[in-house]
Design a protein around this ligand. Structure first.
Ligand code: FPP
Length: 232
């Protein structure tokens, strides 16, 4: 049965890419093999988002809680991120990709910080898809960061608009849709402020298996939802 598409294609989709470890475990592979396969799913998703006309994708690449993982896994993840940043920056002009990174810089390795600064700077004028990588990101930290910036500016009273304007990427629209893969159904400290009216979509698929078809499924589901924003 076809359903009426009541919503336009979202401008901003945010994704919690979950299930890399389980994907690897199911194949008796090291967890890093899952992250490598996850990086390929990122490429597929970028293409699918571009094709669908989405303007911005925020991807949860490394949370402030991920530091408690084994050192080898963290190092492997950072290597993968460095390679990905290099590749995206080289190809960015071709695809018009603009890269943003959201999260606390401390204590990211300096090599990564330099790459991030270079990638962000060299893609800043691109007008295609915006890829906002949440890296060493935590939503509570982001809200505290905004409040501290306001206190430092001498604010005595803080409004909702003040907080929105001091998040890591105040220029981005709030995500209309947040997707989480692997069957887990929670936000895990992701975009808590911005998610106030986001539609949530939980996919049973493990992130390394995520593809254009799954992306389209999430998009169609979103497009049929009645968004009321608290009104009738
Ligand atoms: C969650 O799976 C995934 C992560 C903690 C990292 C996400 C990283 C990638 C998708 C790889 C590369 C990213 C980019 C942007 C190139 P998990 O390890 O928690 O899976 P599990 O819950 O099955 O253990």
């Amino acid at each position: 049965m076809s359903q009426t598409l009541v919503n336009p294609v979202p401008q901003h989709i945010a994704i919690i890419m979950d299930g890399n470890g389980r994907w690897a475990q199911e194949r008796n592979l090291p967890r890093l093999a899952g992250h490598n396969a996850g990086a390929k799913a990122v490429e597929r998703t970028l293409k699918a988002a571009q094709k669908a006309g989405v303007k911005c994708l925020t991807l949860y690449a490394f949370s402030t809680e991920n530091w408690s993982r084994p050192k080898d896994e963290i190092e492997g993840l950072f290597n993968l991120l460095e390679q990905t940043l290099d590749r995206y920056t080289q190809d960015a002009a071709k695809h018009g990709l603009r890269l943003l990174v959201s999260g606390e810089k401390e204590p990211l390795p300096s090599a990564i910080l330099e790459k991030i600064a270079y990638s962000v700077k060299s893609t800043e004028h691109n007008t295609g898809l915006t890829l906002n990588l949440a890296l060493n990101y935590g939503a509570r930290q982001e809200i505290v960061h905004a409040v501290n910036a306001l206190l430092a500016a001498g604010k005595q009273q803080i409004s909702m608009q003040d907080i929105s304007q001091h998040l890591y990427q105040p220029q981005l629209p709030e995500p209309e849709l947040i997707i989480r893969t692997s069957g887990e159904e929670r936000l895990s400290n992701f975009l808590l402020w911005q998610a106030a009216y986001s539609e949530l979509y939980f996919s049973p698929v493990l992130w390394p298996d995520f593809n254009e078809q799954e992306f389209e499924k999430a998009l169609s589901d979103y497009r049929t939802r009645r968004r009321r924003f608290g009104a009738l």
